[in-house]
Design a protein around this ligand. Structure first.
Ligand SMILES: *Cc1c(COP(=O)(O)O)cnc(C)c1O
Length: 422
C-alpha cells in the first residue's frame, strides 16, 4: 500500500467483537491471563499478547505498527513523548563508559539531554564540529554505540546527508539513529538511506493538531547486532533486568526494539496513554494530505518573504539558493517540511513588533500543528542567553521561526503582510 493508504488502514481491521471501525481506545491497565501457563508464556515473551499497559496496549500497538510501516521498519514502540523515545532508544544501546556521536545542531531538549543528562550517567556525547559525515567519522571509536542526527534540524532547518552518514557509521560497525520528526515519513524515509533506528516526536506533524504528546521508536531490523557481541552486551548476553533473555537469540532482527520495550520502558514507565494514542492515530490518518498542503504553503511563504523589501534574510531549504537545497532535493524531493526562519531589517525591535501583530499565526513554542505557529527565540526560548550565547546557538535578535500551517494561503500571506506593515 502507498503511504496515504497505510496511514488509514495498516495494523487494524474492524474490531472482531463489536465491528467498530475506528480504532478503539483500550482505556485499560491490565489484561487477564487464561491460566497460570498463559501468564508464564506471556512473561517469557513466548506468545504475543498483552500484560500491562506500561509495556504494551492494543491501541498503542496500532500506532506502533502504522508508523513502523510508514517508515519501512519491522517494529515500533510508542511512548509518552518524543523526548522519552529518544532517551529510551539510546538507553537500550548504552551503559556507563560508552559514548555516542551527534551532529551539533539539535532540537533544544535533545541538546540538553545530550550535553548534561546522559554525561551525568556516564554516557559521553561527542558533538561533531559540523554536520558533515567526515566530522562524524572522526569522533567514532570502539566505545561508540550509535551516531545520532535529525533528518531536518529543528529549529535550524538544516538537512543531513543521511546516505553518507550511514556509510561512515556502518563502516565502523555503528548504527545510525535519525530523528525524523520534522520531515515525517511522508517526505523522507531515513531507513531507505541506511538508518537503523528512527525516532519521532509524534506530538508534531504526525498528531498534527497540538492536542497530545507522544513519541515512537522504529526499528529498521537491519543492524547486525549479533555480529558485535562485545560492543552490544545488552543485546547479546543474558539480560538480568528481564529473566535472563538474550535478545538477539529470542528476537533476531527485532532485538533492539524488544529491549527498548522490556528494559527502559518497562522499568521507568514513560508509557503512552491509550487516549493519546487514539488522538495521534486520528492525526496520522490525514498526515499525507496535510504534508502536501504544509509544504505547498511553506514554499509560497518563503518566496513571499524573500521578495519583501523589509525582510533581510530567509532560511528555508526549499529555496534554490539555500546551501542545503541539493540535499532537500535528494532526501525530500525538494519539500523540506514547513519550518522556516527569517529576519527583518529592523532587528530585534522590528522582530518583536511583527511578532506581536500576528493574528492567525499563534505565538507559542511548538511546531507541526495544522495551525500556523510563530516563535521569536530572542525574546522567549533563548532570552536568558546573552548576545554571544545566542549567536552560538544560531539565534539572531531579529529571527522569527514560522511553522507554516494548512490554512488558506491567502489568509496566511495576508496575516504576514499586515504584521509587516505594523
Ligand atoms: C519536539 C521535538 C522533540 C521532543 O518531543 P516531545 O514530544 O515534545 O517530547 C524531539 N525532537 C524534535 C525534532 C522535536 O521537534
Amino acid at each position: 500500500m502507498k503511504d496515504a493508504t497505510i496511514a488509514l488502514h495498516h495494523g487494524f481491521k474492524s474490531d472482531p467483537t463489536t465491528k467498530a471501525v475506528a480504532v478503539p481506545i483500550y482505556q485499560n491497565v491490565a489484561f487477564e491471563f487464561d491460566n497460570a501457563q498463559h501468564g508464564a508464556d506471556l512473561f517469557n515473551l513466548d506468545v504475543p499478547g498483552n500484560i500491562y499497559t506500561r509495556i504494551m496496549n492494543p491501541t498503542n500497538d496500532v500506532l506502533e505498527q502504522r508508523l513502523a510501516a510508514l517508515e519501512g521498519g519491522i517494529a515500533g514502540l510508542a511512548v509518552s513523548a518524543g523526548s522519552a523515545a529518544i532517551h529510551y532508544a539510546i538507553q537500550a544501546l548504552t551503559r556507563a563508559g560508552d559514548n555516542i556521536v551527534s551532529t551539533p545542531q539539535l532540537y533544544g531538549g535533545t541538546y540538553t539531554l545530550f550535553a548534561h543528562l546522559l554525561p551525568s550517567f556516564g554516557v559521553e556525547v561527542r558533538f561533531a564540529r559540523d554536520d558533515s559525515a567526515e566530522a562524524i567519522a572522526e569522533l567514532i571509536d570502539e566505545n561508540t554505540k550509535l551516531v545520532y542526527c535529525e533528518s531536518i534540524g529543528n529549529p535550524a532547518g538544516n538537512i543531513v546527508d543521511l546516505q553518507r552518514f550511514a556509510e561512515v557509521t556502518h563502516a565502523r560497525g555503528v548504527p545510525l539513529m535519525v530523528d525524523n520528526t520534522v520531515a515525517t515519513p511522508i517526505l523522507c524515509k531515513p531507513i531507505q538511506f541506511g538508518a537503523d533506528i528512527v525516532v519521532h516526536s509524534v506530538t508534531k506533524y504526525v498528531g498534527g493538531h497540538g492536542n497530545a504528546l507522544g513519541g515512537v521508536i522504529v526499528d529498521a531490523g537491519t543492524f547486525p547486532w549479533a555480529d558485535y557481541p562485545e560492543k552490544f552486551p545488552g543485546l547479546n548476553t543474558p539480560e538480568a533486568a528481564y529473566h535472563g533473555v538474550v535478545y538477539t537469540e529470542k528476537f533476531g532482527p527485532a532485538a533492539f526494539i524488544a529491549r527498548a520495550r522490556t528494559v527502559p520502558l518497562r522499568n521507568t514507565g514513560a508509557a503512552l496513554a491509550p487516549m493519546n494514542a487514539f488522538l495521534l492515530l486520528q492525526g496520522l490518518e490525514t498526515l499525507a494530505l496535510r504534508m502536501e498542503r504544509h509544504t505547498d504553503n511553506a514554499i509560497k511563504v518563503a518566496q513571499f518573504l524573500k521578495a519583501h523589501e523589509q525582510v533581510a534574510w530567509v532560511s528555508y531549504a526549499g529555496l534554490p539558493d539555500h546551501p542545503h537545497h541539493e540535499l532537500a532535493l535528494k532526501y525530500m524531493k525538494g519539500k523540506p517540511s514547513a519550518i522556516l526562519s527569517f529576519g527583518l531589517k529592523g532587528g530585534y525591535e522590528a522582530g518583536v513588533r511583527f511578532y506581536d501583530a500576528l493574528q492567525i499565526f499563534k505565538r507559542l513554542v511548538n511546531i507541526g500543528d495544522a495551525k500556523s505557529l510563530a516563535c521569536h527565540p530572542a525574546s522567549t526560548t533563548h532570552r536568558q542567553m546573552n548576545a554571544a550565547e545566542q549567536a552560538k546557538a544560531g539565534v539572531k535578535p531579529e529571527m522569527i521561526r514560522l511553522s507554516v500551517g494548512i490554512e488558506a494561503i491567502e489568509d496566511i500571506l495576508e496575516d504576514l503582510q499586515q504584521a509587516l506593515r505594523a
